[in-house]
Design a protein around this ligand. Structure first.
Ligand code: PMV
Length: 352
């Protein structure tokens, strides 16, 4: 007879469902991930380097519930069938690892716009695997959590860690070496990020579709993949030496190369709007005046300006002044994903 797992015992003996809460913070890549070497396992074709942000987070509560016939997923107070489909694979896999079959009720909230190029899938999947790890008492290592998060969203692998993280491309067919690791803790180098939000709507073409189209149709895709090792090495060194100019140079080059590559797909992918372009010029103008700031942009129009804290007020004022910028968010570097004891935001959320 199979031995009861910790969770089963808890379910049998306990009067309440085992429930776990976790938080994970969004991360932005300085050296961009764009392209997959395996779609089914969601393996990246290139490595990437990111910073994790304090101010942007996803909080997730997982409740294992024997009365549920199926998993239920709610995001920001609404049942979300699309998101439920995306998380079902992660749930099935982690349940299998724990040897339990109990269905789960997942309630999640973001404190920033979802699917608008602000890395909500990164914090979302990192929070999910961290909460499931606690609920199922798996006790997985950060590398294993990173691998599980990656299967949901490539960038999520990096949100397991705080501060500066690097995602390895890996080479194994099973993807076990396509995981992220910590480069430096957040207090290694106090950077600040100013985010100019010009459109809160969901992007028209998601990153998976965008990456697949780019790899299939861009004549420059192989050059992008070949160049990545050099940019990763330059960024690693710039961060280790806290060399702002060098990091600005390689980060802007990576962001522009990613967007140039995406634009060269057929049909070309345009994540920028007019405000995005204006913000990039504004950041370049600030840097020309000696302000330590550089930009990066993901699969959406929002511009993230990375700067030294002494310059953050000036950068925020300059970006708030650009026509079309509706909101300016600010953040320092944040911690890795972790479990929480309580969460006022979710306790007040209705459960479907
Ligand atoms: O993790 P995904 O599938 O949402 O892809 C992220 C892609 C970019 O945000 C554009 C780049 C990156 O490295 O985060």
């Amino acid at each position: 007879m199979a031995t009861a797992t910790t969770t089963d015992r808890h379910m049998i003996e306990g009067t309440t469902n085992p429930s776990a809460l976790a938080v994970a913070h969004a991360n932005f890549a300085l050296i961009k991930y764009w392209g997959k070497r395996d779609v089914a396992l969601n393996l990246p074709d290139v490595g990437s380097i990111s910073i994790t942000l304090e101010a942007l987070w996803t909080k997730t509560r997982v409740t294992l519930d024997t009365t549920l016939a199926d998993d239920a997923f709610e995001l920001d107070g609404r049942s979300d069938a699309d998101a439920a489909r995306r998380v079902s694979g992660t749930l099935a896999q982690m349940r299998k690892m724990a040897g339990v079959e109990t269905r789960a009720r997942i309630v999640s909230c973001n404190n920033f716009p979802t699917g608008a190029g602000l890395a909500s899938s990164a914090s979302g999947f990192a929070a999910l695997v961290t909460a499931l790890d606690c609920a199922l008492s798996l006790g997985l290592s950060p590398a294993r959590l990173s691998e599980l998060a990656r299967m949901g969203s490539g960038s999520a692998a990096r949100s397991i860690y705080g501060g500066f993280a690097e995602m390895q491309r890996g080479g194994r067919v099973d993807g076990s070496d396509s995981v992220a690791h910590a480069l430096h803790e957040r207090d290694f180098w106090a950077l600040e990020v100013v985010i100019a939000v010009s459109d809160r709507r969901r992007k028209a073409v998601g990153s998976t579709e965008g990456m697949l189209r780019t790899a299939r149709t861009s004549p420059f895709y192989s050059a992008w993949v070949e160049n990545q090792a050099l940019d990763l090495a330059l960024a690693r060194r710039a961060i280790a030496q806290r060399d702002f100019e060098a990091l600005a140079d390689v980060s802007e080059a990576s962001a522009l190369a990613m967007h140039g590559l995406a634009m060269s797909a057929r049909p070309g992918l345009l994540y920028f709007n007019a405000t995005t372009m204006e913000c990039l010029h504004r950041v370049r103008a600030l840097r020309a005046r000696g302000i330590a700031v550089f930009f990066t942009v993901d699969a959406g129009p929002q511009v993230k300006a990375v700067c030294l804290p002494a310059h953050a007020d000036e950068v925020a004022d300059a970006l708030a002044d650009v026509a079309g910028v509706g909101e300016v968010l600010r953040s320092g570097l944040g911690p890795g994903a972790h479990c929480l004891r309580s969460c006022p935001e979710l306790d007040s959320e209705p459960i479907a």
